[in-house]
Design a protein around this ligand. Structure first.
Ligand SMILES: Cc1cc2nc3c(=O)[nH]c(=O)nc-3n(C[C@H](O)[C@H](O)[C@H](O)COP(=O)(O)OP(=O)(O)OC[C@H]3O[C@@H](n4cnc5c(N)ncnc54)[C@H](O)[C@@H]3O)c2cc1C
Length: 695
């Protein structure tokens, strides 16, 4: 999340400087040749001519975004498997300097470019009827190529709640221990220099991060005095500094890690981390500018749907082409793209599919339902201190300066925000609204989807609200000439839906997250902004701020805050929930092994599967999710039977398991998820037991 101020365009000379210095920090006169060599090396597994791809692959990955390229890299480690990635966007090579340069995130952003889908939500009744912009990356690397580069770990209770809400997770793929190990697998931590750590007030525990993974978790090469004032100011408001935010407790105030490669101060993202360093792999092809239009299903079979492949096209007017999948189709097209593609392929709520002119293959009501997002806004202050925006305006273009990324954050729990009496009152009133919220927010009217919403709602109001879990994220942004203190809600009870309105992938779907429709969300966000204002008045940062310009002193009563909030807030860029990992009777779309219910060989592995929002930017957890997905898929097809990170070993004959255990014991045969089977009945009983334990 950041302030999208497009400022001075880099001069030609600084662009040259970036090209040479960023690609080759210790450059010499051979660098032009080196640049050419490296660009061709980067392209080793990327196919520019679609006629070069094969007619069939073992795995077809739809979407070469954050998760998709993790999967591509890991699945193709098995030389016995062939892998194809179809990515709708371009390779990104034409604008690689903008992708690579962290500061371009603010000063020459790719948001709004051809690498951005630039979606718009439906009019938001909770936000003064505004249509709100929803950027999403459309390029190799997906949103990780254009995002704000915050790397924040979710907290342990949230991840364990994913496991609890999925009693069919008998292999414990989604417990904290398993997930934490997967997240670490994707990481290499880089400590800040002593000077940077001292000036910014950075504390860390290197042991809480991975040390040999593809994505760099690091800190900028330059920082500012304002940043160092963040954690002491929060401490005066009862938000303690957290010296170790990456080992399971992410609450409190800290300077978080960013996805920066500290050896050359460039963006570390799924393409640069997982694909570019690979040697040529004859079993991996990545095709950009290839939009998948639909999954192709095996005809004439009863029971589970089986995908035989996909169709894709290079544009809305180009002819469709077909490529076959010998083993699986893996959807990694993101929260919007994956649900859209399932619906276009006849899998989703039949009512919406029929209205869009799509033949229903499988009525799976959860697809596209419970769409939710973090919503945020900014208070703006004048300052007498130097900001990164000032340095940029002055033309500073060192590699260290151009690596500066906002990263001061704080996750604040409900009691600290509201005080214990008001927090208890809010919890009680929210709990009383669960049924009315389910019926008003989810017009589809499906009872399983509503049951899943209520399970999510109970998890938030019974567990997260009364725990140390952050309900508000506060952030400091100094990349304009002003200072922004931002607030973002973390566990919204407001959810909505998305659905296709035509049978073409090239037409954008209807997107409605129902921002701030639930009154608890508005209250929590209002209190978050009040705390943001208190930060501006807290020492030591107050000495550097010269007055609030937005919204200013005309906003002080609750009504005034609410009116301002509804007119001012926007996305924190973290939509999720459209292909939720939940039991089928809770309107789930995928099982704990990420298999789409009612299909035998289609999985989803991207940010769409979280059953509720995490108190985290979604990039870091999605690297872990994609690593875990890769392990699940490889183990299944390689006949490995158990999750080594599980605390208990599940039995292959357990009748209470659904797809998870059955798949992992199949030694390479197609998964045999029994749709509507005895396993579901047992899972329901286990789920009810789990819900009772939550209560
Ligand atoms: C502007 C912005 C700022 C953000 N800032 C941060 C941040 O600071 N920190 C953080 O942790 N997270 C941030 N995020 C969120 C984070 O980047 C996403 O949560 C994450 O990238 C999601 O990963 P994904 O694999 O699910 O989807 P994506 O990374 O979006 O990848 C999906 C890919 O699928 C492709 N695709 C879609 N449909 C099709 C189709 N039909 N055929 C073929 N390909 C298709 C897309 O083109 C895209 O490349 C930000 C996101 C945005 C947009």
């Amino acid at each position: 999340m950041w302030s999208l101020t497009k400022a001075t365009i880099l001069t030609l000379s600084s662009t040259y400087f970036l090209l040479t210095t960023f690609a080759f920090p210790n450059s010499d006169p051979l660098e032009t040749q080196q640049t050419r060599d490296v660009n061709s090396l980067r392209a080793r597994n990327i196919v520019s001519d679609s006629s070069a791809i094969q007619g069939s692959y073992d795995f077809i990955i739809v979407g070469g975004g954050l998760a998709g390229l993790v999967l591509a890299s890991r699945l193709s480690e098995d030389s016995n498997h062939t892998v194809l990635v179809l990515e709708a966007g371009e390779s990104g090579d034409a604008n690689i300097t903008q992708i690579n340069t962290p500061a371009d995130t603010y000063y020459d952003s790719l948001v709004g470019s051809e690498y951005d889908y630039a979606y718009q939500t439906a009019q938001q009744t909770g936000c003064s009827n505004r249509n709100i912009s929803w950027p999403r990356g459309k390029v190799l690397g997906g949103s990780s190529a254009i995002n704000g580069m915050y790397l924040v770990r979710p907290n342990e209770p949230e991840i364990n709640a994913i496991h609890s809400i999925n009693p069919n997770d008998t292999d414990e793929f989604w417990t904290w221990d398993s997930y934490y190990a997967s997240m670490k697998k994707s990481e290499t931590f880089g400590a800040p220099s002593a000077d940077i750590a001292a000036e910014a007030g950075i504390q860390y525990n290197a042991a809480s991060y991975g040390s040999s993974g593809p994505i760099h978790w690091s800190y900028p090469g330059e920082t500012f005095n304002l940043v160092g004032n963040w954690t002491p100011s929060l401490a005066t408001l009862g938000v303690p500094s957290n010296p170790d935010p990456a080992s399971g407790d992410n609450s409190g105030a800290y300077i978080t890690t960013s996805s920066i490669n500290p050896s050359n101060w460039t963006r570390s993202y799924s393409r640069s981390g997982y694909i570019d360093p690979l040697p040529p792999r004859s079993n991996l092809d990545i095709l950009p500018s290839a939009t998948v239009t639909n999954i192709v299903w095996k005809s004439g079979t009863s029971g589970n749907l089986t995908a035989t492949g996909v169709q894709w096209a290079s544009s809305s007017t180009a002819a469709k082409q077909t490529v076959n999948a010998n083993k699986e189709v893996i959807l990694a097209a993101g929260t919007i793209g994956t649900a859209q593609l399932l619906q276009l392929s006849g899998v989703g709520p039949s009512k919406y599919l029929q209205a869009a002119g799509v033949d229903v293959q499988l009525d799976l009501p959860g697809v596209g339902q419970r769409l939710q997002d973090h919503i945020s806004g900014s208070l703006i202050y004048g300052t007498n201190a130097e900001t990164a925006g000032d340095e940029h305006a002055a033309g500073v273009a060192t590699a260290e300066f151009l690596s500066y990324i906002n990263s001061a954050t704080a996750y604040v729990n409900l009691t600290t925000l509201l005080g214990s009496d008001s927090a208890s009152a809010l919890i009680s009133s929210a709990q009383a609204e669960v049924d009315s919220s389910a019926s008003s927010l989810l017009p589809l009217g499906d009872s399983t989807v509503a049951a899943g919403y209520k399970a999510m709602y109970d998890t938030i109001t019974n567990q997260f609200y009364s725990s140390n879990s952050g309900q508000i994220e506060l952030l400091l942004s100094i990349t304009s000439t002003s200072v922004l203190i931002q607030a973002a809600i973390q566990h919204p009870l407001s959810v909505g839906e998305m659905y296709i309105t035509s049978d073409s992938v090239f037409n954008y779907p209807y997107l409605n997250p129902n921002y701030l429709v639930h009154d608890a969300d508005l209250t929590i966000l209002r209190e978050g902004f009040k705390m943001a204002r208190l930060i501006s008045q807290a020492s030591p940062i107050s000495a550097y701020l010269t007055g609030e310009t937005t919204p200013g002193s005309s906003v002080s009563t609750d009504d005034e805050w609410d009116t301002w909030i509804q007119g001012a807030v926007g996305t924190e860029y973290h939509p999720t929930g459209t292909c939720a990992m939940l039991p089928l009777e809770l309107g789930g779309v995928v099982s704990p092994s990420l298999l789409v219910y009612g299909t035998s060989n289609v999985r989803v592995a991207d940010a769409s599967v979280y059953p509720f929002e995490l108190s985290s930017h979604l990039g870091a957890p999605t690297y872990g999710l994609a690593e875990q997905a890769s392990t699940i898929i490889r183990d299944y097809w390689n006949g490995v039977s158990t999750n080594p990170n599980a605390t208990t070993t599940s039995s292959s004959s357990s009748s209470s398991s659904t797809s998870g255990s059955q798949e992992s014991k199949n030694n390479g045969a197609f998964p045999t998820f029994a749709y509507g089977s005895r396993g579901i009945v047992c899972a329901t009983i286990a789920c009810l037991a789990g819900c009772m334990m939550v209560l």
